[in-house]
Design a protein. Structure first.
Length: 154
């Protein structure tokens, strides 16, 4: 089991998805290219890619969808030459709503984008944005040799 090492956080760009889709959109390949560069420079690094969904759909369907999202990122990195043994795709479903990192628009730092929170938003555009932020892949844990490094996101 990977254990987070709280002293080191590496910021990686966010990867988001369209509703009910798992294909990697071209504009987010740069995020994975960034990870590719880190993994190439650090050949002992092992990464866990975690994908998430918004709350719409059943729990079971969201679990499957998020697993496909995580696997699409792993598959892309494999296509660039990273060994599959250095990566683990983990679908998180809707279990970890996004936490706002800084004040922006209707969202305040620390807001957790749960189904209840989203339903209370007044503007449909804000609801759509909140759901989009939940549909993401992050790079939560990384292991290098025998220590773990926690990855954050922008």
């Amino acid at each position: 089991t990977l254990q987070p090492f709280k002293d080191v956080i590496i910021k990686l760009p966010l990867i988001e998805y369209k509703t009910a889709k798992w294909d990697l959109q071209p504009q987010y390949k740069d995020s994975l290219n960034f990870l590719y560069d880190i993994m190439t420079e650090n050949p002992t690094l092992i990464v866990q890619l975690r994908s998430h969904t918004d709350h719409r759909g059943s729990t079971a369907a969201n679990q499957k969808l998020s697993q496909k999202r995580a696997q699409s990122c792993v598959d892309y990195l494999i296509s660039l030459g990273i060994s599959q043994e250095r990566m683990k795709a983990l679908g998180m479903g809707e279990t970890e709503p996004y936490v706002i990192k800084e004040d922006v628009g209707a969202f305040k730092k620390g807001d957790v984008l749960t189904e209840t929170y989203i339903s209370k938003l007044k503007r449909n555009a804000d609801k759509d944005k909140a759901r989009q932020m939940n549909r993401r892949t992050d790079f939560k844990k990384v292991v290098e040799e025998k220590k773990a490094v926690e990855f954050g996101e922008y």
